[in-house]
Structure formats: structure tokens, C-alpha cells
Design a protein around this ligand. Structure first.
Ligand code: PLP
Length: 452
């Protein structure tokens, strides 16, 4: 229960008291009412992490209808990097709403879309000529990246990796690795999608990045063949798959092989992008230059926007009319993105992601030293996770993970779980959170571990 550093309220949103405050149990009566209505009105397949009725959010907290103030360590899945209702975003969106809401860019274009494309071309790794195309969701952008790579290479196969997550549409479900809940019963999936082994340092017996890449490349050559392969798609740090940071050298070796074999290397930076890992894009940590980079989540301060950015010759391959969508690159979302990019830059949020990472990794490693159930602490910047295991065998402990996340929610801290084995707790706070709130949230996690 602490006060905020001044930047958290001014950058992150409405001047909400930056505190953990529980005035009812969670869910309180008003939240229970909403959850009961949800059960009657909303399809059961649309799940929720925490059963609350949100009425406000900003800085590092979410406030519910019962007056509880919950520490947000999830950012709506890595979306609100600039905070909720960031003042720059609110102002830009309001002005855009008053000007016009929609014309459809492919019917009557406007400045915001082109400006976002220019920014993306400038900020993404590599100083080659680039082009961008905008869409609405991460999955839609991934689909388009694959379309473009196929059109350019005139080849069809796509390789994705173990533990990958690329979305919930038909093609992206096929690219996604995990069966339940993402795929089971939703097939058939798109053809010409193949899977390769990842570098997963905690679980692959300590293969070096080069060794893990050689293993993946051998499998791709033997099972698919470069002559059939349009693209490799990979998250530089896997998100839903468990915040897996590949061993150094793994990504550069894959890029090199792709470049030598006329295969488009697509980096899915939907979760890792926009400052989250302490750089504009996670590809920068390994010094790789993807041919195509897919972005979404953190791009527009919470408004729906996604993008595909890539080498001009690849991106320009598709014919006019081949790319687009009614709402793709909405003027409102573009206004939000330009303001969010300004906030990342002007408000020092990328540096802030690194500071958050130092706090997270330091505190979580201290916990790990004292508690062998934390098998691994990993991540970069404000994208950090713990993998929970049976200390005797190293087997994933999904039950403990579920208990810990539930304990945190009941005590006013929102954390997300992830991982193929459901045994990873991930920390993805808004970059506008104060150290005090972050440390308090981690204290609740530590207490939860003790009690579990
Ligand atoms: C969330 C996510 C997607 C899908 O984005 P949506 O906006 O939910 O469609 C794709 N790739 C990665 C890495 C993601 O984290």
C-alpha cells in the first residue's frame, strides 16, 4: 500500500491512487454479478484470468466495480506498455475521433497510416529499404506475413517451432504448438505447416545455440527441404510458450541459413516488441535483422492495431488489392500508435523496461535461491518468468502454478500463467508501474509460494 512515483500517474493514465487495496474478497458482489451475466451472455470459450468487473486502470493498477485496486503484472497481455489511458494516447485518439473515425485506408487514405508505416520502417532492425502494411490483430498480421512470404518466394511450406504461439485464426492455430486450449477440436488446420525443435536451455540438456540451430536446420532440410520452404516464423522470445529465451547464437544461425536458402525469416514480435524487453524489438538483443517483422500488442496503447514490416522487395511482391482489410490501420488506432511511440521515446519507457527487468530478475532469483520449486528465472526487460517444477525430478508443476496465480488474484495481484506444460508464471507489468507496486506484487508472490 504505497504511493506512486510521479511518472507512473502522469505517463500511465488517470491519476488513480497507485496502491493495492482490497475492500471485498475477489470477486466482490458487483464483479460476481458481472461474471454471472457473462456466463449467460458470453460464449464459454472466451475465458477470463481474474473474475472482476473493471472500471478504471492506469499506472500499475486495475480498479474494479467493488472498489478493489489490483496490481497489474499482465498489461492485458503485454499491450499497455505505455499504461492504460496514457494521456498522449487519449489526446491523440480524441482529436482523431473528432476529425473522422473511418474511411477505409484502401478506399480513401490518410496521414496516420502512412506515418505509422514510416515509424515502423525506421524503428525496426536493419537499415535496408522497408515497407509496412497495417492490420487489426496479431494473428491477422501473422497470416499476412505468411501470405507475403509465399507470394514472394513462390514456395508454400512454413516452419514454426515447438512451443510457438502465433494466434487463434485457422492458419495461426496451425502455426501454434499447444493443443489445449488453442487447437483441440478446431481442426482441420492449414496444410504446409511444419514444426522444428526450439532452443530451450532449461529443458534441452544445455545444447548451445549453434547446436540447437543445427538440429533444427537438419530436421527442416530432411523433412521439408529449403526448395519448398517459403518462411521460418519464430518469436525471438516465446510468449505463451513459456517466455523461453533461446541460447545465444540460435537465432543468428537460423537467420543465416534462411538468407542463404531463399527462405523468408519472419520474427513474430507481437509480444516482445515495442520496448517490452528493454529494446524496441527483441531481435536487437541477438543482433539479428529479420526479413519480415510482425508487431501488434504494445504498438498502440491498447487500441487494436498490428503490422507487417519487411524488406521492400518482399513486401512489394503482392499485387495491389492483395493486402488490406476494412478496418486495417484504422485512423483511430494509428493516432494511438503514433502517440504511444512518442511516449515510449519521450517518457523513457524502454529504459524503464530494463529497470523493471533488473528488479524482477533480482528479486525472483533471490526467491529461487531459497526455493527449489522455482526451477528457472528467465526473460529480458519487463518480460520475465519463473518456471515451477518438482524439485526432486524437475517435472513441470502446473498445479502449484495454478495455486500461486489464484493466490495472487485473491490478494490483489494479477499475474498470467503460460507455458506448454502450464507451469510458468510470467511478469509483464505496464512500463508505467512504480518500483514500489512491483516489489509489493512480488512480495505477494513470495508469500503465495510459502503458503502453497
Ligand atoms: C498474442 C500473440 C499473437 C496473436 O495476437 P492477437 O492480437 O491475439 O491475434 C501472435 N503472436 C504472438 C507472439 C503473440 O503473443
Amino acid at each position: 500500500m504505497t504511493l506512486v512515483a510521479p511518472t507512473a500517474t502522469t505517463v500511465g493514465g488517470p491519476a488513480l491512487p497507485q496502491e493495492r487495496r482490497l475492500v471485498t474478497s475477489i470477486p466482490g458482489p458487483r464483479s460476481q454479478e458481472l461474471m454471472a451475466r457473462k456466463a449467460e451472455a458470453v460464449a464459454a470459450g472466451v475465458g477470463t484470468t481474474i473474475p472482476v468487473s473493471v472500471v478504471a486502470a492506469g499506472g500499475g493498477v486495475i480498479v474494479d466495480a467493488d472498489g478493489n485496486s489490483i496490481i497489474d503484472l499482465g498489461s492485458g497481455i503485454a499491450v499497455t506498455g505505455v499504461g492504460n489511458s496514457n494521456p498522449r494516447v487519449v489526446e491523440a485518439v480524441t482529436a482523431q475521433l473528432n476529425a473522422f473515425t473511418h474511411t477505409c485506408f484502401t478506399v480513401a487514405p490518410y496521414d496516420g497510416y502512412v506515418s505509422v508505416a514510416e515509424k515502423l520502417n525506421e524503428l525496426t532492425p536493419g537499415d535496408h529499404a522497408k515497407r509496412s502494411a497495417l492490420f487489426n490483430s496479431g494473428a491477422e498480421a501473422v497470416e499476412n506475413a505468411v501470405k507475403i512470404a509465399r507470394h514472394y518466394t513462390k514456395k508454400q511450406a512454413v516452419v514454426a517451432f515447438d512451443h510457438a504461439y502465433h494466434g487463434r485464426t485457422n492458419l495461426t492455430m496451425g502455426l501454434t504448438a499447444k493443443n489445449i486450449p488453442y487447437k483441440s477440436g478446431f481442426g482441420p488446420f492449414a496444410p504446409e505447416v511444419y514444426r522444428a525443435p526450439l532452443s530451450y536451455p532449461f529443458r534441452d540438456g544445455g545444447l548451445s545455440g549453434a547446436e540447437a540451430a543445427a538440429r533444427a536446420i537438419l530436421q527442416i532440410e530432411k523433412q521439408v527441404g529449403a526448395e519448398n520452404l517459403a518462411a521460418i516464423i519464430i518469436e525471438p522470445i516465446q510468449g505463451e510458450g513459456g517466455f523461453i529465451v533461446p541460447a545465444p547464437g540460435f537465432l543468428p544461425a537460423l537467420v543465416k541459413w534462411a538468407n542463404e536458402n531463399d527462405v523468408v525469416f519472419i520474427a513474430d514480435e507481437v509480444q516482445t516488441g515495442f520496448g517490452r524487453t528493454g529494446a524496441w524489438f527483441a531481435s536487437e538483443h541477438e543482433g539479428i535483422v529479420p526479413d519480415v517483422i510482425v508487431t501488434a500488442k504494445g504498438i498502440a496503447g491498447g487500441l487494436p492495431l498490428s503490422a507487417v514490416t519487411g524488406r521492400a522487395e518482399i513486401m512489394d511482391s503482392a499485387m495491389a488489392g492483395g493486402l488490406g482489410g476494412t478496418y486495417a490501420g484504422s485512423p483511430i488506432a494509428c493516432a494511438a500508435a503514433l502517440a504511444a511511440i512518442e511516449s515510449y521515446r519521450e517518457d523513457g519507457l524502454i529504459e524503464r523496461a530494463r529497470e523493471i527487468g533488473t528488479v524482477l530478475i533480482g528479486r525472483l532469483n533471490a526467491l529461487r535461491t531459497a526455493d527449489a520449486r522455482i526451477g528457472d528465472v528467465r526473460g529480458r526487460g519487463a518480460m520475465v518468468a519463473i518456471e515451477l517444477v518438482d524439485p526432486a525430478t524437475g517435472a513441470p508443476d502446473a498445479a502449484l502454478t495454478g495455486k500461486l496465480a489464484a493466490y495472487a488474484a485473491q490478494h490483489g495481484v494479477l499475474v498470467l500463467t503460460c507455458g506448454t506444460y502450464g507451469n510458468v508464471i510470467r511478469f509483464l507489468p505496464p512500463l508505467t508501474i512504480s518500483d514500489e507496486l512491483l516489489i509489493e506484487g512480488l512480495g505477494v508472490i513470495a508469500e503465495g509460494l510459502k503458503q502453497a
